[in-house]
Design a protein. Structure first.
Length: 224
């Protein structure tokens, strides 16, 4: 318990976390007000998706704030695997805009603003977490990953979004249904012509995530 309290204190000391915290609070209030106003839990799934999106950020922050832990290669590989399983949930939040207009009871503009807010948080926390993990990977695994990490992660995130949004897999299925997940991936790669729409979606998300990443990386805020 003390370890968790110290971790939260360390997190609160970082401007990124404080900014993210207030974004999350506002997003939760948007959903809470909608539930109260409409007496419908239609968009409560956003809260669960938000929780899943925050897990990879928690992992990358945990490793970044504890260099001794990250320098242990066996532990780093374990935490990296956990992070990799959950990081697609960050950008997945943007796909929840697909539900816009499915449920009435409040202004469509309200729902649009709410969904954009959740999408923004997902994109924001996704890039923060990936930049943190990229830095750790380069530090402990070599300069090769300086160029390779982000392109690989961008494509893997796009594939993860496809698996979640279209095939309805989730991060827990890495343990719960590993064989079905592997079979779906093998089918996707072994028969690309039979899954042209899937590859179009994956390519589209890869381009989108890549463009946002490039914009962030070339801005003065993230210049190294």
């Amino acid at each position: 318990m003390k370890l968790l309290v110290n971790f939260v204190k360390d997190l609160w000391a970082t401007p990124v976390f404080r900014n993210l915290f207030w974004n999350v609070v506002v997003a939760i209030l948007f959903v809470a007000f909608r539930i109260w106003y409409t007496t419908s839990n239609a968009y409560s799934m956003l809260l669960w998706n938000l929780f899943l999106a925050l897990i990879p950020y928690g992992v990358s922050q945990w490793l970044q704030l504890r260099p001794a832990l990250a320098s242990n290669k066996a532990l780093f590989v374990f935490f990296f695997a956990v992070w990799l399983a959950f990081v697609p949930n960050t950008f997945y939040l943007a796909t929840d805009m697909y539900h816009l207009g499915e449920v009435s009871g409040i202004s469509l503009w309200y729902d649009l603003i709410m969904l954009i807010l959740f999408a923004w948080i997902g994109i924001y926390v996704g890039f923060v977490s990936m930049l943190q993990m990229e830095s750790l990977t380069i530090c402990y695994w070599g300069q090769f990953w300086k160029r390779a990490f982000m392109p690989i992660m961008i494509v893997l995130n796009a594939i993860g979004i496809y698996l979640g949004r279209v095939l309805r897999f989730n991060s827990w299925d890495v343990i719960h249904e590993p064989m079905q997940l592997v079979a779906a991936l093998l089918d996707l790669f072994n028969h690309p012509l039979q899954h042209k729409s899937a590859w179009v979606l994956i390519a589209g998300f890869s381009v989108f995530i890549g463009l946002v990443y490039k914009s962030i990386r070339t801005s003065s805020v993230f210049q190294k």
